[in-house]
Design a binder for this molecule. Structure first.
Ligand SMILES: Cc1cc2nc3c(=O)[nH]c(=O)nc-3n(C[C@H](O)[C@H](O)[C@H](O)COP(=O)(O)OP(=O)(O)OC[C@H]3O[C@@H](n4cnc5c(N)ncnc54)[C@H](O)[C@@H]3O)c2cc1C
Length: 468
């Protein structure tokens, strides 16, 4: 019998456990124990039901294009609970000089694919619009020597193509909504690999995007799936349902792992006053916690893990009555460039983005702080943070009404920051990992921070150790 320990009960660890459970039920001679330090499983997947509203404390959905979370939902029997975003109403605003300006149609991240909407948009100055036109003549990157593998920050990359205003107005706010970090600190190869590849092949991102669209327009057109997918009852429902498919005696909560050690042919996992022996271990923790538990067993790997930075974030769910719902603009919400001098980075109009999230007579907003902005407000009380949210919503939306309720959720160092050189670090880590038999890593520190990538990483780690 192969015994596998899984450290961490977030969605990465749960996905690994589910993979092993399925194999066990199919007759494989494998067993597992999952260790979770807190009293609840699911990690940052947390949903509260308040006054008829479904309030997401952590992730509110996942990208449909990446199939692994949807596949897991279907595998655990949640196929009929999947919901798509209301893309007919998909408008996002950018706060620009104190006013909400709608993101022009045809922008693919920061690459314009339609001339007129971008040309007439007040989002960009004439200088940036000129840069967009010039970008179409951007030469392919030199491929001599190692140049092909050259990494740089997203900010530097976007600035080379479109100038600094594009970094401030679009790249930075879009990425801070996903990574909670700043474009100046994120690796273009790790965070925007498709764009780095487009530059390599076409030089101009605009031309590459137009070429890709041309290719797609050949053949029959399928209706586009919704951009985001979620669950009717919220993201926590996924974690709970996965847990309900696992063997209860294999799940240990309130069990913080202090260390894992290689001894002879096995791994010894120490949690509290107890230790247990396993053939292999999946470490499904945020990188800093993974570094801590691997400190003794693999000091070099631990040092690489410790160097992966994390950003903290705060979400505030805030609800209003029917009058406010009527008065809010249509669309999914707004992003706030740092140059606007606000503390909020984004707000989602949840009642518009997804069905079933708020009753017809409620407006539900999800406000987001991350990185430096989150650190600034971190020491404040919940009431003070709600005060900042209300003050800024008043400035941005003219919203003066009393909220029906408001909840603050703080996530310390939960979002991995893929810094410049991240992929090289992962290569070094993989070489170090291969030197220790029976060790696999899963989680958001490696090749994707979103829920689908975490699910994929957990299941792949289990396959790696239990045999594909
Ligand atoms: C506010 C927020 C919003 C997000 N929004 C989205 C979104 O909309 N869409 C999307 O796709 N992604 C989103 N993400 C990202 C995504 O949710 C996370 O990257 C993913 O859920 C991380 O899962 P995980 O299991 O790797 O880590 P975690 O959820 O952090 O789980 C790790 C677990 O390990 C436990 N642990 C820590 N140390 C130990 C130890 N020593 N021993 C045992 N257990 C330990 C922790 O208690 C925790 O339960 C968001 C993240 C945050 C924080």
């Amino acid at each position: 019998m192969t015994r596998i320990a899984i450290i961490g009960g977030g969605i990465s660890g749960l996905a690994a456990a589910f993979e092993l459970e399925e194999r066990r039920r199919a007759g494989a001679d494998v067993d597992y124990v999952l260790y979770e330090s807190s009293e609840r499983l699911g990690g940052v997947l947390r949903t509260e039901h308040i006054d008829g509203c479904i309030v997401e404390a952590g992730p509110d959905s996942f990208i449909t294009e990446k199939p692994w979370a949807t596949d897991l939902c279907r595998a655990v029997g949640l196929g009929d609970q999947l919901i798509g975003s209301n893309d007919a109403d998909r408008k996002t605003y950018i706060l620009t000089n104190g006013r909400l300006v709608v993101m022009p149609d045809g922008l693919m991240f920061m690459v314009p694919t339609k001339i007129l909407p971008t040309g007439f948009s007040p989002l960009f100055s004439w200088k940036t619009k000129l840069r967009m036109a010039q970008e179409l003549f951007h030469p392919p990157r030199a491929v001599a020597g190692n140049e092909n593998d050259h990494d740089e920050s997203v900010a530097a990359f976007v600035e080379r193509h479109y100038g600094a205003e594009m970094v401030d107005r679009l790249a930075d706010p879009l990425l801070s909504g996903v990574y909670g970090g700043e474009a100046a600190n994120l690796s273009v190869r790790a965070v925007l690999p498709r764009f780095a590849e487009m530059e390599r092949t076409h030089g101009s991102l605009g031309r590459a995007m137009l070429a890709a669209r041309k290719k797609m327009s050949v053949g029959p057109r399928k209706p586009a799936p919704p951009l985001f997918t979620s669950l009717k009852n919220g993201m926590q429902h996924l974690a709970e349902t996965v847990v309900s498919r696992l063997t209860p005696s294999s799940l240990l909560t309130n069990a913080p792992v202090q260390a894992i050690q290689r001894e002879a042919e096995s791994w010894v996992v120490s949690a509290g006053m107890k230790s247990d022996e396993f053939d292999s271990v999946i470490v499904a923790l945020p990188a800093s916690a993974a570094a801590q538990v691997l400190r003794m067993a693999c000091p070099e790997l631990s040092a690489e893990l410790a160097a992966i930075q994390y950003s903290s974030s705060i979400t505030v769910g805030i609800a209003y009555d029917r009058e406010v719902r009527r008065s809010l603009p249509p669309g999914f919400g707004f992003l706030v460039p740092r140059s606007e001098g606000k503390r909020l980075l984004a707000a989602t109009f949840v009642h518009n983005k997804f069905p079933h999230r708020a009753p017809e007579d409620r407006a539900l907003l999800r406000c987001f702080f991350a990185g430096r902005n989150a650190e600034d407000v971190w020491p404040l009380t919940d009431d003070q943070i709600i005060g900042i949210v209300r003050n800024e919503l008043q400035q941005i939306l003219g919203l003066r009404a009393e909220p029906l309720f408001a909840r603050v959720y703080k996530w310390k160092s939960a979002m991995a920051q893929y810094g410049v050189g991240h992929l090289d670090r992962l290569d070094r880590m993989e070489r170090l990992r291969q030197q220790v038999p029976g060790l696999a890593l899963a989680g958001n520190a490696y090749r994707g921070i979103g829920v689908p990538d975490c699910v994929r990483s957990g299941r792949d780690a289990a396959k790696q150790l239990a045999g594909a």
